[in-house]
Design a binder for this molecule. Structure first.
Ligand code: ADP
Ligand code: ZN
Length: 727
């Protein structure tokens, strides 16, 4: 080694589940700054990564250090975002590289696409033959116009060969096209609606928070239809006025057609959208537009949280109580909670918006950490719907049917009055269970602990967990009996069949993820409903979401008890939230709405809360039930999911983990026990649940716990901090 100078080194984080960053040498002639995106050798390949720290830990000897190959032309990852990534990784106990990848995978590595186009060569040779097709091309490009190849071919109605031929003949030459900005600047001069008094107070508070450029959390809590969206759009406008960006997180972006329309009406332009259905090209261009600030507003699903905003001025989490904000695979995180953390790193305010806020958020309000802004009344002349139960024990539907006489009468009245009705059942398909009347055999998924759901229209039995499907058999696979397989219980398809019999004249629109697969289909369905081409809407939870259907006056909930089974800690809370949301679709304009909940237990606190509208009282009762046992939000939970293909190995690993469980004050470990989905996609699953007092640093505890257990390589342990699903 002689007197060689020590090599300059940098720690580079790679987009893989490695434990941390790797050291690389910084060769002469290259300078790197933390956040730079670089290409580096990894084994025999070249990989990209992000310079995480200027200096590595020096554990790798100089001689073994490989050099960074190049600094890529990708916007540098800001310090705020890198600190956020580290924080999320530590909190969720995930490899930092995997979290970093969520932020950077869509980055356009290397040069961004430069669009090429064509124009007429100014002093083109005159002796070239000009066919009719060529003449059309010249006409389109007259007056110095420049068009991309595909656009030119379309406008001149010629094939691309014609254009290439003209280039060879010296008639056309290629030019670089200037990229038009992808996203327009929202019109901030255009006035929003005149806000009501309560709205005004809430909007002013949010705008002040934006102006202060400091971190704060507000809960915007208002009944459905109270105008929360209008309020937070004012705050979005304020962020843009101060030259900063705004991020709006929605639970399911595929269902946001009406939201986008409202944004367009308010601001005269579309926001950037971010979700899993973007094409790779649009994804890269959107990522870059966010990074260079030319996307002023982003509306997106949870992954939008990791976008490279250079100057984020506001985050909105709409429907903050929705479980869809919890990502359940890969890096398991709750986008609402992580959004609060991102806001803190960006010194920006965040507003959590809901008509039925989660107990977690309400506990934070009560502890004084979040401010509460409340809208108590619906906007304008609209009033809250009248909610009543239908006791299925007293007035049951006809045998083998699911709509009670009372609900049928109400639908008939509504349609006769020229209004619209909605039937809600949160279950896809025709029937959740198929059973053999002859031998009692139940059709089950071979890979999951789940019944196969009949989809009669598609003539298939489907597993809703793994996608396994078979054609609906004619005979029982167990006993061979013919015509003995019977559908048990209703799905939305079966309710539709019944509705077509009972309301033969009604124009019916079905909305479930089986009938609505693309955002454009949502738009069509929504338009048909708002333009009154529909009398009866039937659907799954898709129809519960923020829709504004002015002519809808009746909502019938086919099975209000559906979400209450099972051992989920939040079953009651989630049922209230979902049903309140569905109920909120009724009576959003001048005509009052009403809601009928079909239930076998009208006395249940959930039904009582919905009927009385006393949601605060319900929350208080829930809180009182959870507080003594340190259940969330008054304590912490960590779920461990042990899984593998070999049931014995999984059982043994789960037992070993159970035996090594920490024993200390304020900590309880439950399990191991078979997961409700004890078999999922062919993997056996066991669960353990750690429950701890709020002041326990659970990540450290779990880390030490698992470090002490020897696990076979074919058994995996997933750690779910703050679990929402207990399946
Ligand atoms: P929420 O988000 O609380 O459910 P919305 O913001 O969707 O309520 O408002 C419900 C309806 O009332 C929407 O059609 C909205 O455009 C309208 N609205 C709300 N506030 C106003 C206002 N101040 N002026 C006019 N229309 C309003
Ligand atoms: Zn399955």
């Amino acid at each position: 080694m002689g007197g060689a100078l020590p090599k300059r080194r940098a720690a580079v984080l790679l987009p893989y589940p490695f434990y941390g960053a790797f050291d690389y040498a910084v060769p002469p002639g290259i300078d790197v700054t933390p956040g730079d995106v670089v290409s580096v050798p990894l084994g025999r390949r070249t990989e990209w990564g992000v310079v995480w720290d200027a200096a590595g830990d020096g554990q790798v000897a100089d001689a073994r250090l490989k050099p960074i190959s190049a600094v890529l032309a990708v916007p540098r990852m800001a310090d705020n975002l890198r600190r956020f990534v580290d924080w999320v990784a530590a909190y969720t106990m995930s490899p930092p590289g995997e979290v970093m990848a969520m932020a950077m995978r869509a980055a356009p590595h290397g040069e961004g696409p430069i669009a090429h186009g064509w124009r007429i060569v100014p002093d083109a040779p005159v002796d070239v033959r000009v066919t009719k097709e060529r003449a059309r091309v010249l006409a389109v490009l007259a007056d110095g116009a420049m068009l991309s190849g595909p656009d030119l071919a379309r406008a001149a109605e010629v094939g691309s060969a014609v254009i290439r031929g003209m280039a060879r003949a010296g008639l056309l030459e290629p030019v670089a096209l200037a990229q038009r900005p992808l996203f327009g600047m929202p019109d901030l001069v255009r006035a929003g609606p005149v806000l009501g008094a309560e709205q005004e107070i809430a909007a002013r508070a949010l705008c002040d928070a934006v102006k202060s450029r400091t971190f704060s959390v507000s809960l915007l809590d208002g009944v459905t239809g109270s105008g929360k969206t209008e309020v937070y759009l004012e705050a979005v406008a304020e962020a843009l006025r101060s030259g900063r960006q705004a991020l709006v997180l929605l639970p399911e972006i595929a269902l946001s057609a009406q939201w986008l329309e409202r944004f367009q009406q308010r601001f005269g332009t579309m926001p950037a959208q971010w979700h899993s259905d973007l094409s790779p090209g649009l994804r890269k261009r959107t990522w870059r537009a966010v990074a260079d600030g030319s996307a002023p507003v982003v509306v997106g699903a949870r992954s939008a949280l990791f976008l490279p905003f250079p100057d984020l001025g506001l985050i909105i989490v709409d429907e903050e109580h929705e479980t869809a904000f919890k990502q359940e695979d890969g890096v398991i995180y709750h986008a609402r909670d992580m959004a609060v953390v991102r806001a803190r790193f960006e010194s920006a305010p965040i507003a959590l918006v809901s008509a039925t806020p989660s107990l977690e958020t309400v506990a934070n309000v009560e502890a004084g950490r979040y401010h509460e802004l409340t809208l108590t009344a619906r906007h304008g002349a609209a009033s809250m719907p009248d909610i009543a139960t239908v006791d299925l024990r007293e007035a049951p539907p006809e045998r083998g049917k699911f709509l009670s006489p009372q609900l049928i009468a109400a639908v008939n009245e509504t349609i006769a009055a020229g209004d619209q009705a909605m039937l809600f059942l949160n279950r896809r398909g025709y029937a959740p269970l198929t059973l053999c009347r002859s031998c009692g055999h139940r059709m089950q998924c071979p890979q999951c602990t789940a019944w196969l759901v009949e989809h009669r229209h598609a003539r298939r039995l489907q597993c809703h967990h793994c996608g396994h499907q078979i054609p609906t058999p004619e005979t029982c696979p167990e006993c061979g009996a013919a015509h003995a397989l019977t559908a048990i219980g209703p799905g939305v398809e079966r309710i539709t069949e019944e509705a077509r019999e009972v309301f033969p004249e009604a124009r019916i629109q079905v909305m479930s993820s089986d009938t609505i697969e693309h955002p454009s289909q949502t738009t069509d369905a929504v338009r048909a409903i708002t333009e009154r081409d529909v009398d009866l809407v039937i659907g799954t939870q898709i129809i519960a979401k923020g829709w504004h259907f002015p002519h809808l006056t009746l909502v019938g909930v086919v099975d209000a008890d559906l979400g209450l089974g099972g051992g989920d800690l939040r079953a009651a809370e989630h049922t209230v939230q979902l049903l309140h949301q569905v109920a909120g679709r009724a009576g959003r304009a001048e005509k009052p709405g009403r809601v009928l909940l079909q239930t076998f237990s009208p006395e249940h606190p959930v039904m009582q809360a919905l009927v009385s509208g006393n949601l605060a009282g319900f929350r208080a009762a829930e809180a009182a039930a959870r507080r003594p046992g340190n259940w969330p939000p008054y304590g912490r939970l960590v779920a461990l999911i042990v899984s593998g293909e070999d049931a014995h190995a999984v059982d043994k690993a789960a037992r070993d983990i159970g035996l090594a469980a920490p024993r200390m004050d304020g900590v309880v470990v439950l399990g191991p026990a078979p997961a409700p989905l004890a078999l999922l996609r062919g993997r056996h699953r066991r669960r353990l649940l750690l429950k701890a007092r709020k002041d326990v640093a659970v990540q450290k505890l779990v880390h030490a716990w698992l470090a002490g257990v020897q696990l076979p390589s074919r058994v995996r342990v997933d750690v779910d901090i703050d679990p929402v699903s207990f399946m």
